[in-house]
Design a protein around this ligand. Sequence first.
Ligand code: TPP
Length: 340
Amino acid sequence: MAKAISTPALERHGLSDDQLRWMLRNMYLQRMLDNRGFQLNRQGKIPFATGSEGHEGIHAGAALAFERGKDVLVPYYRDIGLCIGIGMPPLQALLSMFARGQDVSGGRQFPNHYSSHALGILSISSIIAAHCSHAVGAAYAMKLRKQSGRAVLCTFGEGATSEGEWHESINFASIHKLPIVFLCENNGWAISTPSEHQMAVRDVVDKAPGYGLPGVKVDGSDPIATYAVLAGVMDRARSGGGPTLVEATCYRFLSHTTDDDDRTYRTREEIERHRNLDPVPRFEALLAEHGILASDDASKMKRDVLAEVNALTDEAEALPYPAAAELYTNLYEGAYEPWL
Ligand SMILES: Cc1ncc(C[n+]2csc(CCOP(=O)(O)OP(=O)(O)O)c2C)c(N)n1
């Protein structure tokens, strides 16, 4: 008699059905917001947007490993899903794109420079890897103040790992056993530079032993695996075990930003090949296979997210630009008199 083929149990690392569905919703929201940026740019409504399509699995997994109210996130410009995942209102992303006065940077359209004291999000630095030293500073402060039970999560791309500040930061963190996790979102490209032109070692984690800290590589298109790795190493950092370098692999499906034409350096076939690893349909299929999504749950969730993003787009677009009188606000200490 033929044996019935049963689906192997899902390795869920303690995540409940609700948490798994939350992850999927976060991934849809990231993708729709991200794609909205490109659409608005092509419509001539916003000057610039970055693409994070392909990073959704990393962001959903990392967001759940982050402890709100305790940890500090020092993100980079692709982390829209991670910032939303730890509580940033999605409207913030649109306010930044539209350069509206209510944006946290006052509408200066330095894209994705989210920050929130309440949520523990430090502003990013557009200078690649400069924020790693800021992150290490935050972790050093936690250690000096003897704040156990807290850790810093610092993210960056693989291109950043060629920068001097990255090496200095990771070295300092390792010497002082700081409560920090360095999360590399390795999408294979640093604008037009492929990772094999970026480093002579195969993997970013190969750099960890040189600094005396552990390195863990994970498939970043799998949000559960990413969560499991990050939850473990964040706990280790929080309890005094020291820093870890995590490399989460993914692929950047869109061009680097709306200013970049990726047809000049990679083929359409390469992108299509990587579509097999697209984290969003893969995770959706996994949850459906294990009965965590009912038959119309995914389409309903997508419709809800689209309606939310449409409403937020209209809301952000209707808000005013910053007033001209705000031009120098937050640039100089105290009242500033223009010298003209
Ligand atoms: C110090 C510095 N050098 C160059 C740039 C220009 N630049 C902006 S993004 C980028 C690529 C970074 O690639 P990676 O770290 O792999 O992150 P990804 O964009 O692929 O997510 C570069 C070179 C910069 N912002 N800062």
